[in-house]
Design a protein around this ligand. Structure first.
Ligand SMILES: *[C@@H]1O[C@H](CO)[C@@H](O)[C@H](O)[C@H]1NC(C)=O
Ligand SMILES: *[C@@H]1O[C@H](CO)[C@@H](O)[C@H](O)[C@H]1NC(C)=O
Ligand SMILES: *[C@@H]1O[C@H](CO)[C@@H](O)[C@H](O)[C@H]1NC(C)=O
Length: 98
């Protein structure tokens, strides 16, 4: 059984972790949308380069006429959504980074 001091410490640690969790809006002010002109193809790469994501953070996707899917690694690399774990279409989706 854990001593009171150990359980107090783990409670404190949990508090620190949950306070530190940050929500990032994907794409910043632009939100989540299809790049429309040729020079925008790097827009999400540039946006992501400025960030440090941590476990417990979350990503908020704001979008119109589009969807957000959670796929496995292979689905991501092959751009194949046929086995998507989750599909969202409501225009405002938060994905927790577990
Ligand atoms: C793309 O080009 C337009 C017009 O030149 C410019 O206003 C815009 O900032 C550029 N976008 C990026 C992501 O570089
Ligand atoms: C979304 O789809 C509707 C209906 O087709 C269209 O009127 C609207 O302009 C679209 N919005 C965007 C942001 O593409
Ligand atoms: C996508 O994945 C499914 C299931 O793994 C597979 O049957 C299908 O052929 C794949 N599609 C493409 C275009 O690779």
């Amino acid at each position: 059984m854990a001593s009171p001091m150990v359980s107090c410490f783990s409670t404190l640690l949990l508090l620190i972790i949950s306070v530190a969790a940050v929500e990032f809006k994907v794409g910043g002010d632009e939100g989540w949308r299809e790049p429309t002109v040729a020079n925008e193809t790097d827009m999400y790469k540039q946006w992501a380069e400025t960030l440090k994501l941590h476990v417990q953070d979350s990503l908020r996707f704001m979008y119109k006429n589009d969807s957000v899917m959670v796929v496995e690694k292979s689905g991501y690399y092959h751009c194949n959504s046929s086995k998507a774990a989750s599909v969202f279409k409501d225009g405002n989706t938060v994905i927790d980074l577990e």
